[in-house]
Design a protein around this ligand. Sequence first.
Ligand SMILES: Cc1cc2nc3c(=O)[nH]c(=O)nc-3n(C[C@H](O)[C@H](O)[C@H](O)COP(=O)(O)O)c2cc1C
Length: 334
Amino acid sequence: MTIYPADSVILAPLSGYTDLPYRHSARRHGCRMAFAEMVDAGSLAFGNKRTRTYLDRGSDEDWLGVQLVGCEAEHIAESARILNDYRFDVIDFNLGCPAPKVAKKGAGAVLGANIDKAVKLFSIIAGISRMPVSAKIRILNETDPASTVEIVKKLESAGASAVTIHGRIKESFYSGQVFHDVIAAARQAVKIQVIANGGIMDVSSHDAIRKATGCECVMVARGAMGNPWIFDEIAMREQYQPPTIQELCAEIELHVLETIDYYGEELAMKVSRKLILDYMRGRGFPGGLKAEVSFLHKKEDFYTYLDKIRTEHTERYWHWLEKFPLAERRLRRA
Ligand SMILES: Cc1cc2nc3c(=O)[nH]c(=O)nc-3n(C[C@H](O)[C@H](O)[C@H](O)COP(=O)(O)O)c2cc1C
């Protein structure tokens, strides 16, 4: 079964980010396929209320994937049964997360490095789920593709419809080179879809990973943080018009207001501080203004701050942009 149409640009699961308001922001800019926030199998199996909210799906969401993380067979089986009562387009198994709270339980990337155990647990989901199942892994070795090829082939045999490969080993977390050739070797070894992930920040890095890996679909992660326009940029190519400061502020406003509706003002303002900083990052806003974001507690504070974003942008940014006209996350002068 083919999960993704050719040329898909999928929004990655991003823990702490890809909630409903976040996905709506990405979808306003052309993102069709997206993942909700990663769900811990133990928390879901034990009926944790907050975890259940991660399964919210907007009635306007045409395509949505869910991702499970865990390493206990009973929790994974129970979670897969619970998910059968929901409507998702794919259930993905996380075999790539290096975060200490996941690693110390032996899940995520630690589990991914233990190929046989990972595949055994994956088979449980595949056996229970009425939806297509996939896995998201990291490469297991930078210079020798054999182990990465082995896990992808075993996942295929266990019933995976697709595997997403982040081209960095777990020890590299999120920095350093993305090993395209290892992803390419894995893609060539299987019939199922292999989705390339790692370092897609704009249309040129998108084109580069596609060309080097031969993958027809990619997953975007940090490149979409504070930059939902990346979906427009990849789709529209030379016709792409980056946002003006007014358009940036309009998007921030929509995103924060929906976050307030979704969580209530107090929690939403905590969540929104990091979102606002992401929107400002790399776009020529003074450090002092960015530091003030930690004082946002109420909706009124947010509106006062939004006015400052509109007016306190640095002139120096536009001079810098003349030297780097294709800079990632760039703005357009109104
Ligand atoms: C804040 C943050 C949260 C993430 N959460 C998840 C997650 O829940 N599940 C997952 O499979 N990967 C997660 N990732 C990894 C990304 O999906 C992606 O694989 C990684 O960032 C590499 O892609 P990039 O270089 O384009 O960012 C997370 C990454 C970041 C930065």
